[in-house]
Design a protein around this ligand. Structure first.
Ligand SMILES: [Fe+2]
Length: 283
């Protein structure tokens, strides 16, 4: 089941043909890819995702490992142990001083300063060294990883309308992105833009939802696994996704986690109360 928004594209150039070969039977080294994004120092949510995630060959972290939550050092240790494929997020940059806080709301700014204070020098250095997207892997042709978009690492792709320019501009069939904390994606095929949101049956159980992708040459996708540590799509459960790079199926997941403990830690740390209460509503 999916929600579809069709937006007429007028006055825009036609999509470019893909420059990536889409063989039906190439043999990728990394078949099952675990996609994590926007963990935001929420250790309880990250642990719940890792416990629920099926076996995988590669972990890709789409950025914003820190910020908002109360366990930045612990979450960085987990993230480092998971692998080496990272894209930097705006909170990762802000915490290290690579960007100023002008665009942050007061709660985000306070959390950034608190996080900077908590982080070990080694973790600050590590965050500072994270690469800017897009990230491409030789083993995964036709796929790229970004935080905001391939055009602008700070861009918020919220609607199908937002997705049009990055989908047209990038001749890459599949782009995984984060930043918006909204699980789902967008597809461009010819003149049709579609927005996709996974539909779940419950509000409190572990669930998954498959989105089979088309391997057509003129099809392009933007896919967001959702936020591990601070979902904003009205679902409080931690979000992540798996990508089967052979079958071309994205499986979205939502998992409950120890919300109360994550909230208590935020309050004990004297971080803004709103950062704790918003976790309960996924907003
Ligand atoms: Fe984020």
């Amino acid at each position: 089941m999916k929600a579809v928004a069709r937006i007429p594209r007028t006055g825009l150039p036609p999509p470019l043909a893909s420059s990536f070969p889409l063989q039906k039977s190439y043999n990728p080294v990394f078949v099952h890819i675990l996609l994590l994004s926007d963990i935001h120092s929420n250790l309880e949510a990250l642990d719940a995702c890792l416990a629920a995630a099926p076996a995988h060959d590669l972990v890709v972290n789409l950025g914003d490992t820190v910020g908002y939550g109360a366990n930045p050092n612990e979450v960085i240790a987990r993230a480092q142990a998971l692998g080496r494929i990272f894209v930097r997020g705006n909170h990762d940059r802000a915490v290290t001083g690579l960007m100023d806080l002008d665009d942050f709301n007061p709660a985000a700014g306070l959390a950034t300063l608190w996080t900077r204070d908590q982080l070990t020098p080694a973790n600050l250095d590590w965050l500072r060294s994270l690469p800017q997207g897009p990230i491409h892997l030789d083993e995964l042709p036709g796929i790229q990883f970004v935080h905001g978009s391939a055009l602008d690492e700070d861009e918020y792709i919220v609607s199908a309308h937002d997705a049009i320019a990055p989908l047209i501009a990038n001749p890459v069939p599949v782009t995984f992105f984060g930043h918006t904390h909204l699980q789902g994606g967008f597809m461009l095929q010819g003149k049709i833009d579609e927005a996709y949101r996974p539909v779940y049956r419950t509000v409190g159980q572990s669930e998954s939802s498959d989105w089979p992708l088309r391997k057509d040459k003129d099809c392009r996708y933007l896919i967001n696994p959702g936020s591990v540590g601070q979902p904003r799509d009205g679902d409080w459960r931690a979000a992540f996704a798996m990508f089967d790079s052979e079958a071309w199926i994205v499986t979205f997941y939502r998992v409950p986690y120890n919300l109360r403990l994550a909230q208590e830690k935020i309050l004990v740390a004297n971080l803004p109360r709103r950062l704790a209460t918003r976790l309960a509503t996924g907003r």
